[in-house]
Each structure stands twice: as structure tokens, then as C-alpha cells.
Design a protein around this ligand. Structure first.
Ligand SMILES: *[C@@H]1O[C@H](CO)[C@@H](O)[C@H](O)[C@H]1NC(C)=O
Ligand SMILES: *[C@@H]1O[C@H](CO)[C@@H](O)[C@H](O)[C@H]1NC(C)=O
Ligand SMILES: *[C@@H]1O[C@H](CO)[C@@H](O)[C@H](O)[C@H]1NC(C)=O
Ligand SMILES: *[C@@H]1O[C@H](CO)[C@@H](O)[C@H](O)[C@H]1NC(C)=O
Ligand SMILES: *[C@@H]1O[C@H](CO)[C@@H](O)[C@H](O)[C@H]1NC(C)=O
Ligand SMILES: *[C@@H]1O[C@H](CO)[C@@H](O)[C@H](O)[C@H]1NC(C)=O
Length: 405
């Protein structure tokens, strides 16, 4: 009986799931149709840029063929610098072949993901597109001051959604190629401990949440770390949580996307966290309050009071209160409810939304479950799912690590 209910629940999920992602692009599968772009495509995947591209509504990808990639590869950039270089090749506007040849006044500056993620300084995240003589279109990073890379052909156009074009070679940019520190080398708990968040760091070290944090650093991680005064006052309640509840609470303080202070300020809205999975939202709202940025759960409003580190893809902020998710604390108010629903069951099968950009204005990515949720739910009773997931994540980090060295 119990089993049947579960099966019905799972099949409902499976039927509902495709609707959540049907409108997204898939740059990986678009480029897979063109084998001469396999290297470019490969690096979009390992730098996680493919996800950022797929999550954007309007985008132009300026791809370079395998021959054109060899110069870049010979520079042996770290995966992080590689991400910056490639993100300069992703324009956050739609440029099909037609539009490229009809640029107003013959020249235009296009913002890129490199610019949008806040890593680029000054104008270095912009690409200058200029209509050259003889029907040619030239491209150049704004910091290089050149436009001698040219448009070759259009690979795929879905008007005003995604355009994938070929350009003659990679855009030179000293800034994008500059060495980027490896955030994996940062010991985040000792950094926290040394800067007023020892209680939070100790809790993290004692929980499986630490693994989740570690696994997410490479792909982008923003941490909201409660200062000691706040966490000390919260300790009695924390100790009352189950092991799974503690893990969820700690994961609730991390967001699997790099978001600098300026990105948070301009990107207010509902945000998923490391604790988010198909069954539980575990989200909060980022909201400006004058010059401050606040994090609102339905129970508490915390304020960002400092920044411990800001090195893409890792940023750690300090906050003045512990974030209390309604999934763990709402029921505590009503004495009628037993302490049972402390998010234990969904937690046993960890399945996170890896890329929740989550601006309030956009199409509410917060509650769209992803494909694997149903399988993960099914596994939650025997604990098999989490092992497969962790092993996969581990293998991936080894793969990335071997590429970095
Ligand atoms: C995109 O397509 C590739 C295969 O071409 C597939 O492996 C991947 O899961 C797809 N990604 C998404 C987000 O659907
Ligand atoms: C094009 O040039 C005209 C005249 O110089 C100027 O007024 C207009 O703002 C320009 N348009 C764009 C989009 O730059
Ligand atoms: C783009 O570069 C060309 C050549 O360097 C320059 O003439 C043009 O003004 C630049 N366009 C913009 C919008 O900055
Ligand atoms: C472009 O994206 C919008 C919004 O996601 C979608 O409604 C529309 O169907 C897409 N257009 C095409 C041609 O796929
Ligand atoms: C980070 O530092 C903590 C002490 O704060 C230590 O327990 C932990 O093992 C260190 N982690 C790594 C990966 O070195
Ligand atoms: C801890 O749980 C017990 C039993 O449910 C409850 O009586 C007590 O008030 C809780 N303490 C805190 C600090 O929430």
C-alpha cells in the first residue's frame, strides 16, 4: 500500500517534470551537431557556462572551431581563467546574421556574461561589434581596442532567443586571460573561524553539509555566514534539530551560484539554496534595504554586514542573524505539530538545483523540480541515490582538478 502510493507520487512527478524545462535552450546539444566545435563545446561544459547559457532567455554564443581553439589551449589557462575567456564569447543579447549586418550606426557594444558576472573591470567585459567594409562584421573585446576577429557564419538561430554563430578566432583579452585564484585552495572554515564565524564553521565541520559546500565551490558558491553572536544564541535550537535538519539548516546558508554584492543588489528576488531539492523549497528572498542587502525568510530578516572573501566563483558574506527556513521552523510555533517533519526524509536524498539564478522578475526557477528528483525520491528509502550522486560529483571534481593542473 505504502509502495503503491510512492509509485503514484513518483509517476506524477515524472509526468510533470518536462514542462518545467521545455522552453530552455541546450547549447550542448546545439553545438553537438557541429563536430568541428567539439573543443569549444567541451569547455562550455566543464566551466559550467553551458548551464548559464541555458538559463538565459536571450543570448548569442560566438563559437570558435577546434582549429581556432588551439592558440587558447596552448596557453594552459586554469579552468577559472578559461571560464572568463569563454564568458567573453557569450553576448547577453540576440545577434543573428541579419542583425549583425544591420547594426545601427555601424558599431555597437555588446555586454557579455564576463561583464554580467561582475569579474570584468571597466569596459573589458564588452565586445565591440563593427560593420566593416565589404559586408564583413568585426568583433573585438573592448579592452583590446581591435576588431579584427570576423563573423564567419551562423550555426543556429532561434530568433530573439538564442543565436549561435561562428567567429574566425578567439577574442583576445588580457583581462579575461589573467590568472584567477583557485577558490578550491581556500579553506573556508578556517577563513570563517578567523573572522567572527567560528560557531557556524564548527557546525559545518561536524556535518555532511561540509561536503555539499566543498562540492559546489568550483561551480559557484555564495555563503551567508551568521556571526558568532547570532549563532551562539541559536545553538539551543540548533542542537534540537535532527542530523538531517542540521544539514538542511547549514545548507540553507549557501547558494550554488556566485553572486557578488553588486549582483545581489541588482538581482533582488527569490533564491534557491544548497538545501533546495525537489520536495522542499528552502528558498529565501534577497532584498535591498537602502544601502543594505537583506536576506528574508518568512521567519527572519538578516542583513549582510561584511564580506570575508570575494573571488569568483566563491563569495562569503557575514550576516547578523541565523536564517530560519520555514521548512524547519514554521511548525515549531504551533504546539499541535509533532517535531517529526524536520525535513529528514527529503534530505536523505540530496538533489539540488545547481543553477538557480533566481531573479524575482524571471520565470520563477525556484520551484521547478529537475529531472532527477523522482529517481532521488525513489532512492531515499534505501540510501542508494545519494551514493551515486556523491560518487559522480567526486569523479567530476577529480576530472576538473586534473584539467586545472
Ligand atoms: C543537453 O543535451 C545534452 C546532450 O546533447 C544532455 O546530455 C544534457 O543533459 C542536456 N542538458 C539539459 C539541461 O537538458
Ligand atoms: C547613431 O548616430 C546618431 C547620430 O550620430 C545618434 O544620434 C544616435 O544616438 C546613434 N544611435 C546609436 C544607437 O548609437
Ligand atoms: C569599436 O571599435 C572601432 C574600431 O576600433 C571604433 O571605431 C568604434 O568606435 C568602436 N565602437 C564602439 C561602440 O565603441
Ligand atoms: C523563445 O522563448 C520564449 C520564452 O521562453 C518562448 O515562448 C518562445 O516559444 C521561444 N521561441 C522559439 C522560436 O522557440
Ligand atoms: C580546514 O580547516 C579546518 C580547521 O578550521 C580543518 O579542520 C580542516 O581539516 C581544514 N580542511 C582542509 C580541507 O584542509
Ligand atoms: C527542544 O525540544 C524540546 C522538546 O521538543 C522542547 O521542549 C524545547 O523547548 C526545545 N528547545 C528549543 C530551544 O527549541
Amino acid at each position: 500500500m505504502q509502495l503503491r502510493t510512492t509509485v503514484v507520487f513518483i509517476s506524477t512527478l515524472v509526468i510533470l517534470l518536462p514542462g518545467a524545462t521545455v522552453e530552455g535552450h541546450n547549447i550542448t546539444s546545439i553545438l553537438a551537431k557541429f563536430p568541428e566545435f567539439s573543443t569549444f563545446n567541451h569547455y562550455l561544459t566543464i566551466t559550467h557556462l553551458a548551464n548559464e547559457i541555458n538559463n538565459r532567455q536571450t543570448i548569442t554564443v560566438c563559437a570558435v572551431n577546434n582549429a581556432g581553439m588551439s592558440d587558447l589551449l596552448s596557453k594552459h589557462l586554469s579552468v577559472y581563467a578559461m571560464k572568463n575567456v569563454l564568458s567573453l564569447h557569450v553576448l547577453v543579447d540576440y545577434f543573428g546574421a541579419k542583425k549583425l549586418h544591420q547594426i545601427t550606426n555601424g558599431t555597437s557594444l555588446a555586454a557579455t556574461i564576463f561583464q554580467a558576472t561582475g569579474t570584468a573591470s571597466g569596459s573589458s567585459g564588452f565586445v565591440n561589434i563593427t560593420d566593416l567594409k565589404g559586408g564583413k562584421v568585426g568583433f573585438g573585446s573592448e579592452d583590446s581596442g581591435t576588431t579584427d576577429v570576423t563573423f564567419v557564419k551562423s550555426l543556429q538561430e532561434v530568433p530573439y532567443n538564442i543565436s549561435v554563430i561562428q567567429i574566425s578566432s578567439m577574442l583576445p583579452s588580457a583581462e579575461a586571460e589573467a590568472p584567477t585564484p583557485e577558490p578550491a585552495a581556500v579553506n573556508i572554515t578556517s577563513l570563517m573561524s578567523a573572522h567572527g564565524c567560528k560557531n557556524f564553521a564548527d557546525a559545518l565541520l561536524a556535518s555532511d553539509a561540509m561536503k555539499t559546500y566543498d562540492d559546489d565551490i568550483d561551480g559557484g558558491l555564495s555563503v551567508f555566514c551568521p556571526l558568532d553572536d547570532a549563532f551562539k544564541g541559536f545553538l539551543p535550537k540548533y542542537k534540537n534539530l535532527t542530523v538531517a535538519g542540521k544539514q538542511s539548516l547549514l545548507e540553507y546558508h549557501g547558494v550554488p551560484v556566485y553572486q557578488s554584492m553588486s549582483m545581489l543588489k541588482s538581482n533582488n528576488g527569490l533564491t534557491n539554496t544548497l538545501a533546495t531539492d525537489g520536495a522542499s523549497n528552502y528558498d529565501f528572498t534577497v532584498q535591498n534595504d537602502g544601502q543594505d542587502v537583506t536576506i528574508k525568510t518568512s521567519i527572519v530578516t538578516a542583513k549582510i554586514v561584511g564580506t570575508l572573501i570575494d573571488q569568483q566563483p566563491l563569495v562569503i558574506f557575514t550576516i547578523d542573524k541565523v536564517l530560519l527556513p520555514k521548512e524547519l521552523f514554521k511548525r515549531a510555533i504551533s504546539p499541535a505539530a509533532a517535531p517529526a517533519p524536520v525535513a529528514g526524509a527529503p534530505k536523505a536524498s540530496k538533489k539540488k538545483h545547481k543553477y538557480p539564478p533566481a531573479p524575482a522578475s524571471s520565470e520563477s526557477p525556484a520551484d521547478s523540480p529537475d529531472d532527477a528528483s523522482a529517481d532521488q525520491e525513489a532512492d531515499s528509502n534505501n540510501g542508494v541515490g545519494i551514493k551515486g550522486f556523491k560518487v559522480g560529483a567526486l569523479a567530476l571534481s577529480f576530472w576538473v582538478a586534473s584539467l586545472v593542473t
